[in-house]
Each structure stands twice: as structure tokens, then as C-alpha cells.
Design a protein around this ligand. Structure first.
Ligand code: M6R
Length: 357
């Protein structure tokens, strides 16, 4: 039920800090360490490469998950769009492990790949919000998101839950190999939950921002580098699916290779700057588009902020910024859709789970 909320999407955005805290609790052992079914850890350790298969928002979570698994657990990861994988299968490694990420656990494109790789005799883990869903039943292992039912077609809390579970998987695998990751993940996830709360309490700011940047625009671009780019892909999907504004996420460095031709006077550019290593270069990209008339909206992180930033998110561990930086994107899309009188929870042409290939 929506309770006092006007839309499920807003309720689900607001639930994110709670969901994150619940995940930390669900995946913590009595000793206080993060814990994952030993069989799953064994399957990861026995594999030489992980193939993440997903669609839409879950695919975007997979792109960030690759960073977690490669950086913390040092296992190579490929991320594939489910609908492309089947007929365009890459050369598989000798001991692949497949991870299916799916909120609903019912996405037909992902299921088709699961059937295919099971026939080849490979192992599969499903990360899903729905226990007993098709992808969960048909895989060898399941990790649950514990996000509670997600009703709005636009996925929000499932995305942050997917990131949290993927980070926990990466940490537990790293520890099983005796690898020091150099920080306490549960503590950092707790800090991220507090930061999420601060962002959810800043709704008025995002409402103003949406009004200012996209109330009448035809299109909008999101730019970032590294993980910020992946969050830009998610931010642009959110905006297009519920507000019908043509929105695209771009890697900052790619702009000059073509996309910059799209910039006109007043084109809104939402730029994410949460990574120290690329802070100056993404700001360089913003300058390039501003010189061509773009209307920039820079969202940065505390410690990296500069004079003209539109919003500064609280500081969290650099690996975990996508859990936080996506919230301004979700709220921005929500208010943009509201301003345009769109049906926020049930956008046109879309269904909550896509059960046809
Ligand atoms: O249930 P799934 O996670 O497998 O769904 C995948 C996509 O259909 C889904 O994420 C879709 O892109 C959302 N509407 C995005 O908000």
C-alpha cells in the first residue's frame, strides 16, 4: 500500500535507507561479519570468470557490481545485456559462473540465457527480490535483495539493494581468499544508509532542480566518468521511462567523439562528480559543453565540491558512491515526470516485468 505517499515510486525511493540497513542485518553473521552461503562463495572461488546477465536497471547494477567484484575480490567479470547474449555469445572461459540480476526474477530475456547456459552445464546464481521466482528456481543458487515488493514500474530500491548485495558478495569472496580490502564494508554501508536518508530529506531541492532544468526541455544528457558514468546510464533511463524526455548517459571522455554535436543553447547536462580520480576531467567536459551553450547541473560529493556545483551529496566510501548518487537521479526523474503530468508509477508502453523476449 502507498499509505500517505502520492506514488509508489516516491515511497520506494524513501524506503532505500531502511532496505540497506535490512540487507546489512540479513547478511551479517552472529559474529558480526558479513556472510554469504558457503556454497556460493565456493562457486565463485572455483570459477575463473563471472558473467553477469541482466536487463535495464539490473544491467546498470551489474556494471557497478563488476567494479566491486574485480576491485575487492579480484575475479574478472563481464557484464552482458540479456537480450544480446543469446545470439551473440562471447567465447566463454574454462570455468564460468553466471550471475543473473533481476528484481522480478521473471525477465524472459534473462531466462532464455539461463536455459541456454544450463544446457551447456554451467552454474548460475540469481540475485533477485522475489523468492521462488522463475530465475531463482532454475538457478543453482539465489541471493535475495530483501527490498520488499517494488510496485512502481521504474526500479529504484531494487537497484540500490542489488548494489549492496553485490558489494557484500565481493567482500565475502575477498575475505575467503585472505585478501585485505582495507575498509569495513558493513560500517561503510551503514554510513551510506545515513547519507541516503539525508538525500531523501532533500526532496524540495530536487523538485526545484527538475523544474529548473527539465520542465520544458525536449532532451537531457547525463555525463560522468568511471562508476559515475554507470549511474548516468541509470539516471537517464529513469528520466526517459517516466517523463518521456529523450535522455542519454554518456562517458565524459566520449563527448568529443560525436555527442557534443547535440549540444544546443540551453541543453540540460547533468554531470556527476563523485570520484576524485576523474573530478578534474569531468569538470573539463562540463566546460566544453558550457562553451556550446549547455545548461549544466553538477552533482558532486563532499570533499570534491567546487564553486558552481548544484548539489553536493554527503561523503561515502568511493566504491559505494553509486548507492547514493543515484538518489538525486531518481528524485530528479520523479519530479520531472510529475511536472509533466505523466503517470509516474505506470509509464506508457511499459510493464513491471517483461515476460516476453
Ligand atoms: O525484473 P528485472 O530486474 O529483470 O527487470 C529488468 C528491467 O526490465 C527493469 O530494470 C526495467 O529496466 C525498469 N523498468 C527500469 O526502471
Amino acid at each position: 500500500e502507498k499509505g500517505t505517499y502520492p506514488h509508489f515510486m516516491l515511497k520506494e525511493i524513501d524506503e532505500q535507507p531502511l532496505v540497506l540497513r535490512k540487507i546489512i542485518q540479513k547478511y551479517r553473521s552472529e559474529k558480526g561479519e558479513l556472510e554469504i552461503d558457503q556454497e556460493i562463495v565456493k562457486a565463485v572461488n572455483e570459477s575463473d570468470r563471472i558473467y553477469i546477465i541482466a536487463a535495464g536497471t539490473s544491467y546498470h547494477a551489474g556494471l557497478v557490481g563488476k567494479q566491486f567484484i574485480e576491485k575487492l575480490a579480484a575475479v574478472p567479470v563481464e557484464v552482458h545485456i540479456a537480450s544480446e547474449f543469446g545470439y551473440n555469445m562471447p567465447l566463454l572461459s574454462a570455468k564460468p559462473l553466471f550471475i543473473f540480476i533481476s528484481q522480478s526474477g521473471e525477465t524472459a530475456d534473462s531466462r532464455a540465457v539461463l536455459v541456454q547456459i544450463k544446457e551447456l552445464g554451467h552454474k548460475a546464481l540469481t540475485i533477485t527480490n522475489v523468492p521462488g521466482s522463475t530465475l531463482s528456481r532454475e538457478a543453482d543458487f539465489t541471493l535475495l535483495l530483501h527490498a520488499g515488493p517494488e510496485i512502481a514500474v521504474a526500479s529504484t530500491k531494487a537497484y540500490t539493494a542489488q548494489l549492496a548485495v553485490l558489494s557484500i558478495l565481493a567482500e565475502v569472496v575477498a575475505r575467503s581468499k585472505g585478501k585485505e580490502i582495507g575498509f569495513d564494508l558493513s560500517r561503510e554501508l551503514g554510513i551510506a544508509a545515513n547519507a541516503m536518508e539525508i538525500l531523501c530529506d532533500s526532496k524540495e531541492e530536487f523538485e526545484k532542480m527538475a523544474h529548473e532544468y527539465v520542465s520544458t526541455t525536449r532532451n537531457a544528457f547525463f555525463i560522468g566518468r568511471g562508476v559515475d558514468y554507470y549511474v548516468c546510464l541509470e539516471g537517464s533511463l529513469k528520466l526517459k521511462e517516466i517523463s518521456y524526455i529523450q535522455a542519454e548517459g554518456f562517458a565524459g571522455g566520449e563527448l568529443k567523439h560525436g555527442t557534443i554535436a547535440l549540444i544546443e543553447d540551453g541543453t540540460p547536462i547533468i554531470a556527476l562528480a563523485t570520484q576524485e580520480s576523474v573530478n578534474l576531467s569531468i569538470r573539463g567536459n562540463v566546460k566544453e559543453v558550457v562553451a556550446r551553450g549547455a545548461n549544466p547541473c553538477i552533482i558532486s560529493m563532499k570533499g570534491l565540491e567546487m564553486a558552481d556545483d548544484r548539489f553536493v551529496i554527503p561523503e561515502v566510501h568511493e566504491l559505494l558512491t553509486p548507492l547514493i548518487s543515484v538518489i538525486p537521479m531518481q528524485l530528479f526523474a520523479y519530479y520531472a515526470a510529475l511536472h509533466r503530468n505523466c503517470d509516474v508509477d505506470k509509464p506508457r508502453n511499459l510493464a513491471k516485468s517483461v515476460t516476453v523476449e
